[in-house]
Design a protein around this ligand. Structure first.
Ligand code: CTP
Ligand code: CA
Length: 226
């Protein structure tokens, strides 16, 4: 039996989290992807499971272990992630989109390994197509779910996050600054929690601690909705 967190304040709640990168194949041996360790999404899953939530992670390929008692739906591409999310989302009370989804994918996946010399034209000009925006699709389709997204920005962090809040019809965007060794693969982060009502800055702390703060804020949005 797993032990509930101190409060068990998420008991019976259904939470879906997207996590990790997506990978988009060029050919059987190559792909394009985004930087992502999966730590942010998996930390949220661990914290929520401790608080009693039923957690499903829709996860791109990561090296971190799934927390005990959490359901993991493994996916590779953004389109696979969208399809998996679309199945889980309707049953959710809270959905957190922490995945680093590749915005673009190779338009055509070669069925054979592209070879130097023979396939130079294809190798030097990989045409890209746009992937579905999973958060935006779910944000605009949501009913009672509280929807939380992330925004990794190199500049104008809060204004850019607010644009995403509106464009994707999310209830909250967790914004952080990236670049210059910040955020990716690190143990901690500094965030801004951006909602319709304003933005709250949370100073640098470990991802495990941030997870509980983000969940507290999401719970307050859920209660505000009732
Ligand atoms: N997201 C998503 N599907 C995508 C792209 C992004 O679900 N195809 C989600 C991410 O999981 C995150 C949020 O949208 O919660 C913002 O992702 P981000 O990459 O910061 O924003 P984009 O809208 O892709 O804009 P850009 O990369 O140009 O800043
Ligand atoms: Ca993006």
């Amino acid at each position: 039996l797993t032990t509930l967190g101190i409060s068990g304040d998420m008991k019976g709640m259904n939470l879906m989290i997207t996590a990790g990168p997506t990978i988009e194949p060029i050919d059987p041996v190559r792909y394009i992807t985004n930087f992502s360790s999966g730590k942010t999404g998996y930390s949220l899953a661990t914290a929520a499971a401790k608080r009693g939530a039923n957690v499903t992670i829709v996860s791109g390929p990561v090296a971190v272990d799934a927390p005990e008692g959490v359901t993991v739906v493994p996916v590779r591409t953004a389109r696979e992630m969208r399809d998996a999310v679309a199945e889980v989302f309707p049953m959710c009370d809270l959905a957190i989109f922490a995945a680093a989804v590749a915005d673009l994918r190779p338009e055509n996946e070669a069925d054979h390994k592209l070879k130097k010399g023979l396939d130079d034209a294809a190798l030097s000009t990989i045409r890209l197509a746009e992937n579905p925006d999973i958060l935006s699709e779910m944000g605009h389709a949501k009913g009672d779910q509280v929807v939380v997204g992330f925004a990794a920005e190199t500049h104008d962090v809060v204004p850019n996050a607010r644009k995403k809040l509106l464009a994707k019809n999310a209830d909250m965007i967790i914004a952080n600054q990236v670049g210059n060794g910040l955020a990716f693969g690190t143990e901690g982060n500094e965030i801004w929690m951006v909602t319709e009502d304003g933005d709250e800055h949370v100073p640098y702390m470990l991802k495990a601690e941030l997870a509980d703060i983000v969940l507290d804020k999401a719970l307050s949005l859920m209660h505000g909705q009732e």
